[in-house]
Ligand binder design. Structure first.
Ligand SMILES: [Zn+2]
Length: 394
């Protein structure tokens, strides 16, 4: 659409889109149909005008700040506190806000953040994926009353298992979900993984010893094969569902004694040991050193409902899901990962007398090539997620 005014554009409208359902330009970025109008009634937010449908909307449309009286800084800090692992009640006390207000903000933010993750995590090309589950209720185990095996046996059917799929090279958390430790859930997680991968990408899968992963992977990464007849007169063999030729999958089972690893057993399920070794060798790993699980520790530290006593406000599965949606984005986009940092060619002088900066911080999303910078939580929460994928994204 040709601009209808002569003033040079000063306000960047490239990250905004018209939200009105009867507008032809609805949901599309960068079509030059938006004009910035300043701040109506002296309010904090800029208004945009769509020159196609003549509709007006605020720059906060579709974000949690829309229609909120509370200060942006307060909302962001409350959510940052939750993302860092403080419980809902503790956060409410720190900022002198009602616990139910904190919960309400978390619920709304989670909805926006799920859309944010879905928007960015698509068409991924990954070489490796580690799938893992961890249990959310730890009280008995911490007390040392029961063994690991006993705890797992007892918790097997409890719904509070956090399932994760992570790319170990970029540390990108691809999928995080909550559910029981069953085949149905393994299927659901693998299904989500396949959804975010590029169609031609079949990474090496590494999991723990849960046998349901094998079934789930075979379901999603398989094809019908027609075996040849052995002899002319033998009956035509039935077609068989076989793993795709490119599918590589190994189970890595660690045994612990007093929280120390005492043994690593691995089993190649699909593909050959040699092919798996080759993929791992590109990262300088062997099958014995692969499948380290620092992510679990991160989740336990940063998701209050898992690491500590379950808060009454966050007891249900829904509450845990909301905290994980926050963790998902925070881990991928906001938190620089120490192992990913890159040395700067020219050290940057810092303010004050501190040492010069020699590292460039890097988040998992940067390492995976999804974005070019470390996001602040404010920036994430102000991001208006378009309702569908755009042809050209930044
Ligand atoms: Zn419009």
């Amino acid at each position: 659409m040709a601009p209808t005014h002569r003033r040079p554009r000063e306000v960047d409208t490239s990250r905004h889109f018209c939200p009105y359902s009867d507008c032809d330009y609805r949901g599309w970025l960068g079509l030059r149909n938006l004009r910035a109008n300043g701040h109506p009634s002296g309010g904090p937010w800029r208004q945009f005008h769509c020159t196609s449908c003549q509709g007006y909307f605020l720059e906060t449309h579709g974000t949690i700040f829309h229609g909120k009286q509370a200060a942006v800084e307060l909302i962001v800090r409350v959510l940052a506190c939750l993302a860092e692992g403080l419980g809902i009640r503790a956060t409410a006390r720190v900022f002198a806000v009602a616990p139910h207000t904190v919960l309400q903000w978390l619920v709304e933010a989670a909805e926006q953040l799920r859309a944010f993750s879905a928007h960015f995590l698509c068409d991924l090309h990954l070489e490796q994926l580690q799938l893992d589950e961890l249990y959310a209720v730890l009280r008995d185990l911490k007390a040392g009353a029961i063994s690991d095996d006993e705890a797992i046996r007892r918790l097997e059917r409890s719904p509070y298992w956090v399932w994760t799929a992570m790319d170990p090279t970029s540390k990108l958390l691809v999928v995080v979900d909550v559910g029981s430790r069953t085949l149905a859930m393994a299927q659901r997680v693998v299904h989500q993984v396949i959804q975010v991968l590029a169609p031609d990408s079949v990474p090496l899968f590494l999991t723990d010893g849960l046998k349901d992963y094998g079934t789930a992977l075979l379901t999603h990464c398989g094809q019908w094969m027609h075996p040849e007849r052995r002899q002319d007169k033998s009956p035509i063999p039935k077609p068989r569902w076989m793993p795709l030729p490119g599918l590589l999958y190994a189970q890595v089972v660690k045994s612990y004694r007093r929280r120390r690893i005492v043994g690593v057993k691995h089993q190649v399920v699909f593909g050959t040991g040699l092919a798996i070794k080759e993929v791992l060798a590109r990262c300088g790993w062997t099958i014995n050193t692969a499948f380290v699980e620092p992510l679990n520790l991160d989740i336990r530290q940063r998701v209050a409902a898992i690491g500590r006593r379950v808060n009454t406000l966050c007891q249900g599965e829904a509450g845990l899901r909301d905290q994980l949606a926050l963790f998902h984005v925070y881990h991928n986009f906001v938190l620089p990962h120490a192992s990913l940092r890159q040395p700067l060619l020219v050290p940057e002088v810092t303010n004050g007398r501190g040492a010069a900066k020699v590292w460039r911080p890097c988040t998992p999303a940067m390492a995976a090539g999804l974005t070019d910078h470390v996001w602040s939580l404010t920036e994430v929460l102000f991001y208006r997620v378009p309702p569908w994928p755009q042809t050209q994204t930044v």
